[in-house]
Design a protein around this ligand. Structure first.
Ligand code: 3PY
Length: 251
């Protein structure tokens, strides 16, 4: 099993960020910061399949596991990200156990799933297929994202699906879906996050969450969350430049 999956499924705290800038230079900068992983965001960016492979390559050069948030549930996207050498996938908008099972099927080789065998970068373009087939089910991380009212209602059945490693909470979409946006919705949103966390931990799954900053990571860690996606490269770039500009103007 990869060290990264071992850490994830044993509830060790891991901290990463979304990589949304479509260039390997941004991956090199991000990968050198001491984080545990990064997640190439192909859902909310202009990153395409060919670029995913180059971004994974850049992350590998720094020995940082690169997950890919695929833009859809399509097995072709999951296969392509994994064949490119991603350490795992984050599948967004999973609202039913059937969708969670389909993600497992696409991510795991038989006998657990039905991922197709291809001579991609992950298996040294076919030279190491037997080794890769043996290692992949044990080493690849499957995170699925709960971020809808339907997903919240079905969380127990979703969390029970075998082959899923991490239940990842998307608070932004969830707050929109359950009508809990802004400060007025904070209590309702926090209750939903707690419900998902408790259901997932009850089912033996690790829990992840997106946080725009580290401000309340300690609080959510105490509640049982261990996988933290801290903002994104674009958010950090904007925030730190804005702070620097403001400081320079006032110096
Ligand atoms: C959310 O907060 O909804 C997310 O998907 C985080 O990217």
């Amino acid at each position: 099993m990869s060290d990264f999956r071992k850490k994830c499924i044993s509830y060790e705290r891991v901290v990463g960020t979304f990589a949304a800038i479509p260039h390997p230079v941004a991956i090199e900068v991000t990968a050198a910061t001491g984080l545990d992983f990064l997640c190439i965001d192909a859902e909310h960016s202009q990153i395409d399949r060919e670029l995913i492979e180059n971004l994974v390559r850049a992350s590998d050069a720094h020995h940082i596991p690169a997950l890919v948030r695929v833009p859809s549930h399509a097995s072709e996207w999951i296969a392509s990200a994994l064949d490119a050498g991603a350490a795992g996938v984050l599948v967004p908008r999973v609202s039913t156990s059937a969708q969670a099972k389909a993600a497992v099927m696409a991510t795991r080789y038989p006998p657990i799933g039905e991922r197709g065998v291809g001579p991609g970068r992950a298996s040294a373009y076919g030279y190491r297929i037997p080794d890769y087939l043996k290692a992949a089910n044990e080493s690849l991380v499957l995170a699925i994202q709960i971020e809808t009212a339907e997903g919240l209602a079905n969380v127990e059945e979703i969390a029970a699906v075998e082959g899923v490693d991490i239940i990842f909470i998307g608070p932004g979409d969830l707050s929109v879906s359950i009508d809990a946006m802004g400060p007025a919705g904070a209590e309702k949103l926090n209750a939903a996050i707690t419900t998902i966390t408790n259901a997932a931990r009850e089912a033996g799954k690790a829990v992840g969450i997106f946080r725009p900053s580290a401000d309340d990571v300690g609080k959510w860690a105490e509640a049982g969350i261990s996988f933290f996606m801290l903002a994104s490269d674009t958010m950090f770039l904007g925030a730190s430049l804005a702070a620097g500009v403001a400081a320079a103007r006032n110096a």
